[in-house]
Design a protein around this ligand. Structure first.
Ligand code: NAD
Ligand code: DAU
Length: 342
């Protein structure tokens, strides 16, 4: 595999994935296709420019996965060996306020991308999906790849629709797609609308931490680099047509997670503010990753204790990164770097 296209590489997981791939495979070059929505921040990969050996193998292309003409130009037959598809609207709360962009990017965008990849004869495609397609668990059990799809939010419904398109393209056309479904990621470069970076940022400034409902909803946390290693394993060793679950074997209530964050930051529990629950709030997610461990030779490597410590330290060391997002200044980075307007 010499040249891959990554979609959504200026977001949280995509940027971590690109850095990981370039560092791991010295022969690999990557094109990052990103629309630069509010969640896309090219600053997330600015450090690549400091290393000429990495920078020479990285290219950024600003564009929308819904733009068929643009994608056709990018995906010339024989030019790209594989596609890893991260680009999505990813925040559940935003999908509750307006599902339109979720249907457009997550469903229509995936369909357009699949068509263009097929036309270009792409030999491997990874659909980066989520455990939220399985819906919500009670207090027992875990999601396996056989768990029926039962999405509950507009976000997860749009991701499920995309997964079904991928499934259908494999069955109908023999399209060489692999699907991954992962639990909640944490780590550096996560947009501060999601629980962990939002709470670190708020607590650091002695601002309240808005815990939804009772705070007893459970998420299964995994370090972003363990997810990236899983996607890489699926890309290189996954069987076309198969789905692989990834999770960190680390279930926590939101309240317990919040206590851990406050302890790491040396801040008091009095910062916790209970607020109205998220409508349709999924009670519990938990992943059974036996298949990925068995078939892809994958294991999570980062313990939650160490991963959370490193993550808190990263946000503490990168307060400018958060400040530029909060002020909106990050939106002009592309303009300054590439001399073009957003
Ligand atoms: P993110 O919101 O941080 O990044 C999304 C990226 O996609 C941004 O750079 C954005 O600019 C880009 N994008 C959005 N619409 C686009 C379009 N129409 N064309 C091109 N680019 C577009 O998301 P993330 O948290 O990094 O998640 C990445 C993927 O992983 C998503 O598909 C998400 O569903 C999936 N996932 C996320 C998690 C998690 O915990 N964050 C867990 C499992 C799966
Ligand atoms: O499970 C994988 C999914 O994890 C991904 O597919 C999504 O893209 C990603 O955003 C994430 O979804 P969640 O909704 O689980 O993540 P979020 O960080 O938004 O919320 C985590 C939990 O914390 C959830 O139970 C809601 C709660 N929460 C969240 C926020 C932002 C709060 O209590 N207060 C908050 O302010």
């Amino acid at each position: 595999m010499k040249r891959i296209l990554v979609t959504g590489g200026c977001g949280f997981i995509g940027s971590n994935f690109i850095r990981h791939e370039l560092a791991t495979y010295p022969e690999l070059s990557i094109i990052n296709l990103d629309k630069l929505t509010y969640a896309g921040n090219p600053e997330n990969l600015a450090d690549l420019a400091n290393d000429p050996a990495l920078a020479a193998r990285y290219e950024f292309a600003r564009g929308d996965i819904c733009d068929r003409e643009f994608l056709t130009g990018l995906l010339q037959p024989g030019g790209i060996d594989a596609v890893v598809h991260f680009a999505a609207e990813s925040h559940v709360d935003r999908s509750i306020l307006d599902s339109g962009p979720f249907v457009q990017t997550n469903i229509v965008g995936t369909q357009v991308l699949l068509d263009c990849c097929r036309q270009a004869g792409i030999s491997r495609y990874v659909q980066v999906s989520t455990d939220e397609v399985y819906g919500s668990l009670g207090d027992d059990g875990k999601f396996t790849e056989e768990t029926p799809l039962a999405p509950n939010s507009p976000y997860s419904a749009s991701k499920t629709a995309a997964d079904l398109l991928v499934r259908a393209y494999f069955h109908t056309f023999g399209f060489p797609a692999v699907t991954t479904r992962c639990s909640n990621n944490y780590g550096p470069y996560q947009f501060p609308e999601k629980l962990i970076p939002l709470f670190i940022s708020n607590a650091s400034q002695d601002q309240p931490l808005p815990v939804y409902g009772t705070g007893l909803n459970v998420r299964d946390w995994i370090h972003v680099l363990d997810h990236c290693r899983g996607i890489d394993a699926a890309l290189r060793r996954g069987t076309p047509g198969e789905v692989y679950n990834f999770g960190g074997d680390c279930e926590l209530t939101n309240l317990d997670l919040t206590y851990s964050l406050l302890e790491a930051l040396g801040k008091p529990k009095t910062l916790i503010k209970y607020v109205a629950d998220r409508p349709g709030h999924d009670h519990r997610y938990a992943i059974d990753a036996t298949k990925a461990k068995r078939e892809l030779d994958w294991e999570p490597q980062v313990t939650f204790r160490e991963g959370l410590k490193q993550t808190v330290e990263w946000y503490q060391a990168n307060t400018d990164w958060i400040a530029r997002i909060k002020s909106g200044e990050y939106l002009s980075y592309y303009e300054r770097q590439y001399g073009a307007r957003l």
